[in-house]
Design a protein around this ligand. Structure first.
Ligand SMILES: C[S@@+](CC[C@H](N)C(=O)[O-])C[C@H]1O[C@@H](n2cnc3c(N)ncnc32)[C@H](O)[C@@H]1O
Length: 273
């Protein structure tokens, strides 16, 4: 029987160390990650300016970096982080505590939103929605298109290409040049972080919960855990371009959709209901 991640314990200093390593590791891929977070918070503060107690959901929150930045910028808001990875959620819970609500849910499933309040004013996400299949992205957008309060927004920061292949190539080049200038290419990378986290005895309990989760999911999907990389993730990119996301968002009922920030292929795409 899987144990809920909110009943597992990690020493506070251990969670802090892994969080620090996570942020540096993510910056290997997203040199302007903190600026991306700040831009997302700029959009959310604008969108909820007239709401007394806004509700903001971070989709695929991982260990909570964006949710925590939003809590700093919007201390009166209810921030809810949703993720399906018990290890990352366990680190988030330990480090950031209950200043943020953490929901253990699969965005590709049908029940994750049962834990949300009926009204949501903004949904945000960073480097996460490309993990979902196009079908599940479309489903998620349809859900948000009917659930977000009128005037509410989805704010998605991610590496997004374009339908035009030459623009794709250019976007990747600009991203790589920016990474060189920012000096993040010496940072730890994804696989090294996961290898070390999965081997840390202080994370053993969370890792056990996670292993059980992966085995259960693999059995339900009819796959083997060997279909995944060592960290248990499948890394399927859905390949949706800025234009592809925009089409799906309009189809889901969002009236205004456009990027508000871009560095190379790193975009913050905003859709307003
Ligand atoms: C690259 S990480 C980014 C995490 C965080 N947003 C950040 O920027 O640090 C991608 C996250 O998406 C989550 N994720 C992927 N597929 C998911 C799904 N179907 N349901 C919930 N979370 C998912 C992963 O567990 C992981 O935490």
């Amino acid at each position: 029987m899987e144990r809920p991640t909110n009943q597992t314990t990690v020493p506070a200093h251990t969670a802090a160390t892994w969080l620090q390593r996570w942020d540096a590791q993510q910056e290997f891929y997203i040199a302007d990650r903190e600026e991306r977070f700040a831009v997302i918070a700029d959009v959310v503060t604008h969108v909820v300016a007239s709401v007394d107690h806004p509700v903001v959901v971070d989709l695929g929150c991982g260990p909570g970096s964006l949710a925590a930045r939003l809590h700093e910028r919007l201390p009166r808001a209810t921030i809810i982080g949703v993720d399906a990875d018990p290890l990352l959620l366990g680190l988030a819970r330990t480090h950031y505590g209950d200043t943020i609500e953490w929901v253990d849910g699969d965005l590709a499933g049908s029940t994750w939103h049962h834990h949300l309040p009926p009204t949501i004013h903004a949904a945000v996400s960073t480097t996460a929605l490309h993990w979902l299949s196009r079908h599940h992205v479309a489903e998620l957008y349809r859900f948000l298109g009917t659930t977000l309060a009128p005037g509410g927004a989805l704010v998605n920061g991610d590496h997004l290409g374009h339908d035009d292949q030459r623009m794709n190539t250019l976007g990747t080049h600009v991203r790589d040049q920016r990474a060189q200038r920012a000096g993040v290419r010496e940072n730890e990378q994804w696989d090294t972080w996961w290898d070390a986290a999965l081997a840390d005895p202080e994370l053993a309990e969370l890792n056990r919960v996670r292993a059980t989760r992966l085995a259960t999911r693999a059995a339900a999907d009819g796959t083997t855990t060997g279909d995944e990389t060592a960290d248990g993730h499948t890394h399927h990119g859905n390949g949706l371009s800025v234009e592809g996301h925009t089409r799906l968002l309009h189809a889901a009922g969002f009236g205004s959709v456009a990027p508000v920030w871009q560095v190379g292929d790193d975009h913050v795409l905003v859709a307003i209901r």
